[in-house]
Design a protein around this ligand. Structure first.
Ligand code: FAD
Ligand code: NAI
Length: 462
C-alpha cells in the first residue's frame, strides 16, 4: 500500500498525459493500467496501428496507380501481410515503450492491474489498496455491440480484430460508414479486398460537412469501395469461415444479404466503466452511460474526476489528452482549460479529411449570418503534382465580422493543415488575417489562404 497525491486509472492518451502533467506539477502520482502495455486504445489498438496500416497500404496504392505515370515502371510490390503486421507492431511497441520511459523519467508509479474505487480516496489494484487525495478515471471506451451480431474477433470483428487479421480478406463487409469503417475499409480495399460498407443513414460520416461527405464518398467509390446506404443490418449468420450479412433497406423494407470472409462492426464506441465500483460509490452517470462531470472534470463524488472517452464529447485521443492536462492543472490548484469549440477531427483516408468548428448546418440551426470561402485543390499546383486535385478547403466566417467560425478540408495533408485554422480560431482571427498571411509556394496550405481570400474579394487561382 502506498499514499499518493493522485492516482489515475487508465493509461491511455487521457490517463498517461494526465499522470505526466500531475508529476510535472510536483504531485506524487501513480497510474493504474491493466493492459500489458501503456498507451490505451489509441497506441495499442487504435490511432497508431491503424495509421501504420493506412501508411503501408497507401504506399501500395501509389505504386499500383501513380508510379507508372511518373515514369516509375516495373512490377508493383506484392503484399507480405505478416511483415506488414510486424511493421505495425513495431510502430506500436516503440510508442508504448516511449510512454513507459516517460513514466520513469517523471517518477510515476505504474500500478499494473485493474483498478477499482472501493471508497473515495482509495484505489484497489489486485489485493493492494492505495490511498489518493485525488482520483482521475480515464478508463476509455470499447466497441459498441449490435443486436443480432455476435463478435468473435475472427470472422466478425471489431477494429481490434480488424487490425490483426490472420490473412487479408477477399470480401469484407463493413457495418457503419463512420471513421473506423472508412479508415479500415480503405486499408483492406487497397490490399485487394472487395469492400462493401453498409450504413444505416443516407450519408457517410454523420455530422460532417455535407460537401465533404459527398466528395469523400465519391472518391472512395472510385477507389473501389461499394456502399449500401440507408440499410439497417438485421443479423449476421456465420459458418466456420464465412459470414452472411442480412440487412433491410429503410426506404422500402426490402431485405438483402451480402457474403463476406470478414465482417467489421464499426457502429460506434461506448464508455468503459466495468468493475470500477462506480455504482456503490454513487457516481452520477449520463443517460448515455458516460461519467457525468462538471466544467472542471469533477464527478459528484469529492476528489474523483473523469476525462477522455469515458465522459461526454468527441471520442478522440487529442480531446482526452487536453482534458488530461487540464484536470491535472485543476487538481494542482491552477486553472486548466479546454476549448471544446476548437477540437479538430481528422479522417486518415487518402485524401485526408479534417474539420474544426462549425458546419454550415450548425450555423443555419443557430441562425448565424455566415459566408463561405471555398477553394478546390484543382487550383493548387502542389496537389496536382501528387495526383490529389480532387478535394477542397472550405472556410466558414461570420458575414458581419469576418471572424473564422469553422473549416472543412478534404485533400492532401488535411490533418496537418487544419491546425492553421485552429490557431486562427483560438486567436479570434478573421478570414482576412489568414488571407493577408504570406503562405509558401508551392504548398498545400496555399489552398487555405485561397479559401480565406474567397471569403473576401476572391481567390486568385479559382
Ligand atoms: P483509452 O485510450 O481507451 O485508454 C483507457 C485505458 O484504461 C485502457 O488502456 C484500458 O486498458 C485502461 N483501463 C480501463 N479500465 C481500467 C481499470 N479499471 N483499471 C486499469 N486500467 C483500466 N482518435 C484520434 O484522435 N485519432 C485517431 O486517429 C484515432 N484512431 C482510432 C482508431 C481506432 C481503430 C480506434 C478504436 C480508436 C481511434 N481513435 C482515434 C480514438 C482514440 O483511440 C480514443 O479517443 C482514445 O484512445 C481515448 O483515450 P482515453 O485515454 O480516454 O481511453
Ligand atoms: P462512428 O460514430 O464514427 O460511426 C458509426 C457509423 O455507424 C455511423 O455512420 C452510424 O450511422 C453507423 N451505424 C450505427 N448503427 C448502424 C447499424 N445498425 N447499421 C449500419 N450502420 C450503423 O463510430 P466508429 O467508426 O465505430 O468510431 C468510433 C469512435 O472512434 C469515433 O467516435 C471516433 O471519434 C473514434 N475514431 C477516431 C478516428 C480518427 O480520429 N481518425 C479513427 C477511428 C476511430
Amino acid at each position: 500500500m502506498a499514499n499518493y497525491d493522485a492516482i489515475v486509472i487508465g493509461g491511455g492518451p487521457g490517463g498517461y498525459v494526465c499522470a505526466i502533467r500531475l508529476a510535472q506539477l510536483g504531485l506524487k502520482t501513480a497510474c493504474v493500467e491493466g493492459r500489458e502495455t501503456l498507451g490505451g486504445t489509441c497506441l495499442n489498438v487504435g490511432c497508431i496501428p491503424s495509421k501504420a496500416l493506412l501508411h503501408a497500404s497507401h504506399q501500395l496504392h501509389e505504386a499500383e496507380h501513380n508510379f507508372a505515370k511518373m515514369g516509375l515502371k516495373g512490377k508493383s510490390p506484392s503484399v507480405d501481410w505478416d511483415q506488414m503486421k510486424s511493421y505495425k507492431q513495431d510502430v506500436v511497441d516503440q510508442n508504448t515503450k516511449g510512454i513507459e520511459f516517460l513514466f520513469k523519467k517523471n517518477k510515476i508509479d505504474w500500478l499494473k492491474g485493474w483498478g477499482s474505487i472501493p471508497e473515495a480516496g482509495k484505489v484497489k489494484v489486485g489485493d493492494e489498496v492505495h490511498t489518493a487525495k485525488n482520483i482521475v478515471i480515464a478508463t476509455g471506451s470499447e466497441a459498441s455491440s449490435l443486436p443480432g451480431v455476435e463478435v468473435d474477433e475472427k470472422i466478425v470483428v471489431t477494429s481490434t480484430g480488424a487490425l490483426d487479421l490472420p490473412k487479408t480478406p477477399k470480401k469484407m463487409v463493413v457495418i457503419g460508414a463512420g471513421v473506423i469503417g472508412l479508415e479500415l475499409g480503405s486499408v483492406y480495399a487497397r490490399l485487394g479486398a472487395e469492400v462493401t460498407v453498409v450504413e444505416f443513414l443516407d450519408e457517410i460520416t454523420p455530422g460532417m460537412d455535407k460537401d465533404v461527405q459527398k466528395t469523400l464518398q465519391r472518391i472512395l467509390k472510385k477507389q473501389g469501395l461499394s456502399f449500401v446506404m440507408g440499410a439497417a443490418v438485421q443479423s449476421v449468420d456465420k459458418t466456420k469461415t464465412k459470414a452472411k450479412v442480412n440487412y433491410k433497406l429503410r426506404k422500402d423494407d426490402s431485405e438483402a444479404t451480402i457474403d463476406a470472409d470478414v465482417v467489421l462492426v464499426a457502429t460506434g464506441r461506448r464508455p468503459f466503466v466495468d468493475n470500477l465500483g462506480l455504482d456503490a460509490l454513487g457516481v452520477k452517470m449520463t443517460e448515455r452511460g458516460q461519467i457525468a462531470t462538471d466544467g472542471h472534470w469533477a464527478t459528484n463524488v469529492d476528489g474523483v474526476y473523469a476525462i477522455g472517452d469515458v465522459i461526454e464529447g468527441p471520442m478522440l485521443a487529442h480531446k482526452a489528452e487536453d482534458e488530461g492536462m487540464a484536470v491535472a492543472e485543476q487538481i494542482a490548484g491552477k486553472s486548466g482549460h479546454v476549448n471544446y469549440d476548437v477540437i479538430p477531427g481528422v479522417i486518415y483516408t487518402a485524401p485526408e479529411v479534417a474539420s474544426v468548428g462549425a458546419t454550415e448546418q450548425s450555423l443555419k440551426e443557430k441562425g448565424v449570418n455566415y459566408k463561405v470561402g471555398k477553394f478546390s485543390f484543382m487550383g493548387n499546383a502542389r496537389a496536382k503534382a501528387v495526383f490529389q486535385g480532387e478535394g477542397f478547403v472550405k472556410i466558414l466566417a461570420d458575414k458581419d465580422t469576418d471572424r473564422v467560425l469553422g473549416a472543412h478540408i478534404i485533400g492532401p495533408a488535411a490533418g496537418d493543415m487544419i491546425h492553421e485554422i485552429c490557431v486562427a480560431m483560438e486567436f479570434g482571427a478573421s478570414a482576412q488575417d489568414i488571407a493577408l498571411t504570406c503562405h509558401a509556394h508551392p504548398t498545400y496550405s496555399e489552398a487555405v489562404r485561397e479559401a480565406a481570400l474567397a471569403c473576401g474579394d476572391g481567390a486568385i487561382h479559382a
